[in-house]
Design a protein around this ligand. Structure first.
Ligand SMILES: Nc1ncnc2c1ncn2[C@@H]1O[C@H](COP(=O)(O)OP(=O)(O)OP(=O)(O)O)[C@@H](O)[C@H]1O
Length: 239
């Protein structure tokens, strides 16, 4: 079953026609990798799902509801968390304050779900270690982990994350892969935009490749990983 489904989605940004009929399916319980060259339309696709842009044509369905024309808070309220490329964390606030703000049902740290917080600390030890530090002082990798931690502070149906490995050192990327592996085991459905092919290959169950505002290939990551010619023709490189 597909948790998220885009059919024939066109998105305009001002006068620019950016998405030209995106068809994308995100199967429930799986991790879907959205790949493609720079400017292919990946971020615009994520923003269209979140209602930050609205499709001018086509439909976006989540858990069998039509969300195409819904506003962002309403979409988030259905159980979708979105981590944009700039991560959306508050640099002047502490890690704790960032987490409390992300938890809709908690007014302070003591109201947060203890077991869930412990689970998050295990996934991302830096969040616990720097709990009382300003988020702006964290390294790039720690900020990225805080951004994902904020997204999962409450149970979600779908996590949408734009380039979690961007600018991170290989050792940090490995930590991130382990954390996503654990997240996958928790049963949450994930849609990731990635440029890091190693990251994509190690975590992806399914893959969709975009080019020129359309999805030009979709299928299993295993089959895509095994087909160097296909990778070369779609991404200009082999995995
Ligand atoms: N606010 C905007 N105004 C005008 N054009 C935009 C805007 N945002 C994106 N675009 C254009 O839309 C196209 C798709 O951009 P998008 O960011 O979705 O691509 P992407 O696949 O995520 O690429 P990248 O990996 O470079 O972020 C690009 O040609 C980009 O220049």
């Amino acid at each position: 079953m597909n948790l998220l489904e885009l059919s024939g989605v066109h998105t305009h940004i001002g006068a620019y026609h950016i998405l030209h009929g995106v068809d994308l399916a995100v199967p429930k319980g799986q991790l879907t990798m959205l790949l493609g060259r720079n400017g292919a339309g990946k971020t615009t696709t994520l923003r269209t799902v979140m209602g930050l842009w609205h499709a001018s044509q086509g439909s976006v369905r989540f858990a069998d509801k039509d969300i195409t024309q819904m506003q962002t808070p309403q979409i988030a309220g259905l159980g979708i968390a979105y981590v944009p490329e700039n991560m959306g964390i508050f640099a002047d606030l502490t890690v704790k304050e960032n987490m409390v703000l992300a938890a809709r049902s908690a007014k302070n740290a003591s109201q947060m779900d203890d077991a869930r917080l412990k689970w998050i600390f295990k996934l991302f030890p830096a969040v616990e270690k720097f709990w009382n530090h300003p988020a702006g002082k964290l390294s790039g990798g720690q900020k990225q982990m805080l951004a994902v931690a904020r997204a999962i502070v409450e149970p979600r149906e779908l996590l949408i994350i734009d380039e979690p490995s961007k600018g991170l050192a290989p050792a940090i990327i490995n930590n991130m892969i382990d954390a996503f592996d654990e997240l996958k085991r928790s049963g949450v459905t994930i849609l990731l935009v990635e440029q890091n092919i190693n990251f994509a290959q190690r975590l992806g169950d399914t893959v969709a490749v975009m080019d020129n505002g359309r999805v030009v290939h979709s299928g299993s990551m295993a089959a895509f990983s095994a087909d160097a010619q296909l990778q070369q023709s779609l991404l200009g490189l082999a995995l």
